[in-house]
Each structure stands twice: as structure tokens, then as C-alpha cells.
Write a protein that binds this ligand. Sequence first.
Ligand code: ZN
Length: 462
Amino acid sequence: MEINYKVTSGQEQVLIICMSINVSSTCPVSNITFYIGGKDLQLLSCRISGEKTRILFTSPDTIALPVISNETTELTYHIQLAKPGKHGHHGFIDNEFIVFEGGQVFLLPVDFYTLSDIEMPEAVENMTFTFDFASLLKKQAYTNPVEIIPFNELIKPGQAEIYSLCKNAFVFGDFVKIKSKNTPAADSFSVNVLNREKEKYINEPGFFELYSYYNDLFNSHPDSYNTVLLPLCEDSGLPIIGGSGEAVCASSFDIGKLRDWQLLSHRMFHAFFISTAYNPAFFIPPNLWINEGLASYYEIVSLESLNDTLKSYIGADGKSQLAGMFSQYLYIRFRYPGDYDFAPMQEAEVIYSGAKKEFLHYTMAPLLITAFEETAVKNGAKPDSLLHYCLNNRDFPTDGNLAKEAAFSILGKDAEFFYESYFSNPGIPVLWKLSVYLPGNNELIAMLNYIDYVLESWIHHK
Ligand SMILES: [Zn+2]
């Protein structure tokens, strides 16, 4: 089977997608089921070689499209971008740029979500992506819109390629690259900013310092990694979120905001991790929290590699941020007794609650990794032992217990105690020594109110 997606822009914040499917003459099925859940979409029409045909709704989240060998099935649908969500606008069409996430736009055969690579009855041989935004972008004052996309073709895509398609950003518009001098691996890295905003970023080496940090940490780097720094939405003042994969990452960025540097670093961690050690086992409970925890731990630790001018400008201070996070953790544990005192190994049960998942991945996990690293180093391990354990075990089995294996392989005499206390039970990690680095009272109170708001807003769907 071959699938082509042709994407153009429609009215307002709408993308028009024409998806064509061609099956081989030996295709064993007469229709292909696509997953339509989780998308803001409107189905328009389906045709086989020009003749209108019916779309079958096989469940609230799936449709079946008829296919005939040597003929083309064409589905046309609309995707609504830019609806304001919890963290900002998801995808956006602006006068100067268009941005969206692959998973937001491309309908995929349901088999990709449910079967392993070898079980697919009708394998996808080839996927191609074509984009035509010329009519929209050429109306503007500039003449040369650039395309920043992870790929325009996928040959025999498997689960790793589909994951990448769904996570990466697709960006088009009036962008220029800012350059770095003499950074290792800089050829594989680009920082893209809107032409009209380039003066803000042009002299900032921080992006390249961060990339070098991860290059050293992983001793490897993605083949090509593109960061796209977007402005805020002019009308709402909210951030725009484009997508974040191992090839293209795009979102609103304010060079003076510590949180934006942390998010940039968090996404960069994921890109390095996926491109160095993609393994489905690291993306499902009970191991996902380690992956997210590492990203949330390194988003803080990595900022120590930034130049001093930038560090003091944004107020990056790893120990102080970790101390504040530990206070947030204690505050939430004691403020809501019974709600957040679960063990990370219960990830599969708690992940259905947005608030508990958020607390586990972004507060509990990075603190447990901080405690794990301290214990590991005390027992003679080299720094960054948990990350390197993952990288050295990239074929870790999908049904394996990563936390347990890593603890027993790294923590020596403390392994059993550590695993039992903090991973399979909700023990509070011993990080009291961080208290000397606590931020000032006003900042600390703001941090406590912030986490309370973030977790509570999940419960009230704000
Ligand atoms: Zn993450």
C-alpha cells in the first residue's frame, strides 16, 4: 500500500488534506481502517478513481475506506488548528508562518496503533508528503518561504518512523538560521527564527552550548535537529506549540525566560534520547516515567552549561531549581494526602489521571533521579549512570522492569533498599540537603502556587 498526503491551507486556521491510497494487486483486504481519534477533523468526501464512495464508521474513533487494486482511493478532510489548549495554541497559521505537529494532521492506518511491525496484513510500502502553501505565503512581503520538515517520504515505515511522524513539527514560512562558531556537531543542528526577529537571537551562543552539552552526554547526536523559535500568538498572547520530535521542534520562545530554556532543553533531551536509543520499552509504563524523569532532570542540570551572562540573565541555578522542586513535591504530598502518595511503579494505573501523570513525570521522577544519581556516585558509579544504563540497554525487553534492573546493576549495597523505598513504594527521597539552595521566599511561594494551580487545573479542565 502507498499513501500520499497533500496538504494545503483553507479558510482561517484550517488545513485541507487530500489523502490518496493505492493498494497492490495482491492486497488481501477490501478496505483499510484508519484511526481518527484525538484529532480536530472534519471528513469531507471519499472517492475511488473519481467516483464518490461511502465512508464507513466502524467505531467512534475509526473509519474504513474501501480500496480496489490498481485504483486510487482519495479521502479529503479538514484539520482545525490553533484552538487554545492548556499550554497554548496547538498548531498555527499566521501571515508569516504555518506550523503543526504530524500527529495532529496525518490520518494513519489503525494497525500502526495496535499491531507490531511484522503483524500488519497490508504493509505500508511508502508514504509521501507534499505541501502547497504558496498561495498563502507568497501573498506576503517576502518571496522565499522555507520548509523545515523532518522528511517528505517514509519508505516501509515501522513503529519508530510513525512515532517520529506523529511527534515532529512541520514548519513553513519566512525563517532564517542563526549561526554558531566552532561548536562540535554544529553541522547537524540549526536554530531557525522569523526573519523579522533575528536580531533578538543572532548573538546568543546558548543554543549551541546546550546542543554541545547533550552531544557530550550522549556521545552521539541526531542526524539533523532543527529548533524553530516562534513568537507568541499576537491576538491571545498565548504560546504556540508546533511539535517536538527528534528532527524538528517548534514552539514559542522568549529568550529571557528560564522556563522556555528548560522546555527547549527538555525537548532536546528527547531528541537525543530517541535518536540514540529508540526502544518502545522506554515509552510505556512502568518505564516511561524514567524517560520523562531523565528529560525533566537534565532540563535543569544541562542549563549549567550555558554561558555565565545568559545564566544570570535568566536566573538558571540548577541546585536552587531542584531545591524548589523538592519543596513543591513535599507541599503537594502533604497538602493532598492520599492523592499523590503513589509509587512510580504504579505508573500504569495513575497515568490515566492527567494531574497524577504530570506530578509523576515532571516532579517526582526528576527528584528520584537526583537521589538515584547521588546514591550511585556514593557507591562508586560514574555520573549520569541511569541515562547510560538506558543507552547501553537499548534492546531492553518491552515487559522488563527498567527501574529494578538499573537499580540492581548500579546502586550496589543500596540497591534493594532504594528500589523498595522509592520505586516500588512511595517513600520520600532524602534530599533535605538541597534546602540550603532554596530560592527566596517570594520565588518559592510562586513555585508552590504554580504547581498547585497546574495540578488543580487538570482536575477542573482549565
Ligand atoms: Zn518530556
